[in-house]
Design a protein around this ligand. Sequence first.
Ligand SMILES: *Cc1c(COP(=O)(O)O)cnc(C)c1O
Length: 464
Amino acid sequence: MNKNLLYRSIPKVDVLLENELIQKLIAEFSRETVMESIRVKTEELRAFIGKSEDEESCKEKIEHLLRDVQGAVVTMNEPNMISVINGTGTILHTNLGRAPIGQKHMEQVAKIATGYSNLEYNLEAGRRGERYSHFEELLCKLTGAEAAMAVNNNAAAVLLILNAMGKGKEVIVSRGELVEVGGKFRIPDVMEQSGAHLVEVGTTNKTHLEDYEEVITEETAALLKVHTSNYRIIGFTDTVSIAELSELAKKNDIPVIEDLGSGVLIDLSKYGITYEPTVQDSIKNGVDVLSFSGDKLLGGPQAGIIIGKKKYIDRMKKNQLTRALRIDKFTASALEVVLQEYLSEENAIKNIPVLQMMTMTLEEVTEKAETLAQMLRDKNVAAEITVVDCESQIGGGSLPMERLASKGITVKPSNISTVDLEIQMHHMAKPIVGRILNDEILLDARTIFTEQFDVVVEQLATLL
Ligand SMILES: *Cc1c(COP(=O)(O)O)cnc(C)c1O
């Protein structure tokens, strides 16, 4: 095998550039990406010939150079971050981006983000304005708080609150609430970062009001209550309510802070979901400052919403950390439109995807599952398709014990293994993420949008 001859038969760059396909690629993408792909693919080819002992496969690879270049150009110009179809049944799936935002809400955000806006410009006064002004009044109206702001996420909110209110002083927390939520966010560690000193009281399962009372001193900056989000202590337990903490705090002239985690604005028990104390409850019960996530049960953009007494919120707005943790125009705009939906509970349930999925009735989800199953059967896919009972989860550390009775479909492929099918499903243009259960793929119909059914069916039909 004459390797020199093979090397010489690789088309030169100037010859390639004359090629019609390459010309087309340059016109469609760019000269830079085409040149880069030619360079990379030619180098790969030379390395292949260098190692190969098989002349035929070398010749074949040389013949495929154009096609390989085309593939490389296309890949380079495709986004790596793409949308996926969530068949897991977990509504707030942290790895899949948590809360999906409504189409209608995103259209408003796109308008803001693609041009200039009054983000920090007060049009009436003709001078600098505040980025929180677009949703502060709305948040106050919805929650009963005096003032509001938002930062990058709830982890940032907790850090900012503790820094602004507790730096160099003591903050008292129950041992049962020293939690770690997802992504290594640990209350004791955040406390240390903020410069506040942690004073632990009570035990893991029981904390009483006297426990707090006994350690309040001149050095106490605040009492902190943390929602235990993703875990539950059950059995012989006792915690102190916000109402009781507020009373004690008032007597001692110190504030009560709450990290509410998810933060719901709607009483979900009306929809058959376990009652979760609302943001309004905490404000009513006297909390001074409270924070919660924008993209958990609220169903909005990633953000850490902070509400409470004006004197504390003002202090936080002036804090140096706020500048580092501030939200951008995308978030400010999305928060405003999503919060507007809450002016009517009916609109919120109907238009916020997270709430819509959570409150979907068993009849509705059954109908979805049956429609999807029928669409697949109509395609005569080489698989057994069955409508089955399953359980959806809320996810995102919210309501961890909650299981929503749901319906989904199982796909049992006839010609390939279930594991292979799952891998291939992840490699489609619109990857489908499901669960493997009893050697079948389970797709929960709750978290797959009806608008996605056509794509799901089309893609599965090409695999099966
Ligand atoms: C989720 C959660 C956080 C972190 O919120 P992010 O918005 O993810 O930063 C903090 N505290 C509690 C109690 C939580 O549940």
